[in-house]
Design a protein around this ligand. Structure first.
Ligand code: XIL
Length: 365
């Protein structure tokens, strides 16, 4: 097992190098252009040559108060995702009162910086407004009414951002860790058809945006990613407008990673169904404190996801879930863990950052 995966990684590295050489020698023009971007360039410039959008989740509070944080987003990334401010509890804090103020600020900044925006997320079981969850729990909101509320939400939000986002996470985390449909207020009250409904409504609200399934623990081949594969197959069979499959990429060095070839194989099977793919929320956490071994392992975690994406045929965006350890959701959610991002608290590059630069510079897509 071990030997096989080492061999696979070596082969993979060789094939990346080989294709990089091929491109450089067989097409002088392209080769010349490739050499114009030094390896020590911002990620967005390196990713551009690979036809890949490279993004980060943006913490709106930090964005408005920390100019170093804000400026680096502009130079380093070609895509952004609102870390929280497009979520339902933020955009409709009281029933019927829509508030897109914070999200609109991020969208406007992205436009100024020539960045794309990934929409996150139209339907999830977390960060729902209290009026909604309490209404459902008390029975004040009936299943029929809940379906209408969900429909209106998708039309409101996808409609508001129509033409301004290039991908939407239409449904987020709808399959659980046992590879079954997740037990949520959506499944309990609306039945499994809510997923197809959500995609159809999103398509009506914004005809051009790419509509995504998105989840964690689906980067490699597993019962959970198999369940997504079957779900995607079934939705497509029913002519539901699904365009993409997003693997979040929340890794931890203490758990190990998939090989790049396994990530590639997984993404490619979704692409073979006709979908595009993206890596949507990468971070690689570790037990605190960090040390050189953990930081090196972390770089490997970022690397396999980037390599898997580049080796797949239609992996269109690679987004990190925050880019500096100064602002990260990890310490607040995983006790004793942290240091999950590419830059440290002082915005200094960690090995993971250098690794992504090197992989992007080497790749011959
Ligand atoms: C997280 C944010 O980073 C936190 O700030 C927030 O408190 C909770 O949500 N999967 C997702 C993201 O799809 O929306 C989550 O973001 C992280 C896990």
């Amino acid at each position: 097992m071990k030997v096989t995966s080492i061999a696979a990684v070596t082969l993979l590295a060789a094939s990346i190098l080989f294709s990089a050489n091929l491109t450089a020698s067989s097409a002088d023009q392209a080769g010349a252009q490739r050499h114009q971007v030094p390896v020590d360039s911002p990620l967005r410039e390196l990713a551009k040559r690979q036809d890949l959008l490279i993004g980060t989740a943006v913490d709106h509070a930090a964005f408005t108060t920390d100019t170093v944080y804000r400026d680096r987003i502009a130079t380093e990334f070609s895509s952004i995702t609102a870390e929280n401010v497009m979520k339902w509890e933020v955009v409709e804090p009281e029933r019927g009162r829509l508030d897109f103020t914070a999200a609109d600020e991020l969208v406007a900044a992205a436009r100024r910086n020539h960045q794309g925006v990934r929409g996150h997320t139209l339907l999830w079981h977390n960060q729902l407004p209290a009026w909604l969850t309490e209404g459902v729990n008390s029975g004040a909101i009936t299943p029929t009414e809940l379906r209408q509320i969900l429909r209106k939400h998708i039309f409101d939000v996808a409609g508001h951002f129509r033409g301004k986002v290039y991908q939407w996470d239409v449904v987020n985390e709808v399959i659980d860790d046992n590879a079954n449909l997740r037990d949520t207020i959506w499944l309990r009250n609306l039945g499994p058809g809510y997923i197809a409904d959500a995609f159809r409504w999103a398509r009506q609200a914004d005809p051009k945006v790419k509509l995504y399934l998105n989840d964690y623990n689906v980067e490699g081949l597993s019962a959970k990613s198999d369940a997504y594969y079957r779900l995607a197959q079934e939705l497509l069979r029913q002519r539901v407008p699904v365009d993409g499959f997003g693997a979040q990429g929340h890794y931890g060095v203490q758990f190990g990673f998939h090989s790049a070839s396994e990530v590639m194989t997984n993404l490619r099977r979704f692409e073979d169904l006709g979908l595009e793919t993206s890596i949507t929320e990468v971070d690689v956490r570790m037990l605190m404190p960090p040390d050189t071994v953990k930081l090196q392992a972390q770089a490997q975690g970022y690397s396999v996801l980037m390599q898997g994406c580049l080796l797949a045929r239609k992996c269109t965006s690679f987004t990190v879930w925050g880019y500096t350890d100064k602002y990260s959701w990890v310490p607040g959610f995983f006790t004793g863990e942290g240091a999950a991002n590419l830059l440290d608290e002082n915005f200094a590059a960690k090995p993971g950052y250098r690794e992504l630069q090197a992989v992007l510079a080497l790749a011959g897509r």
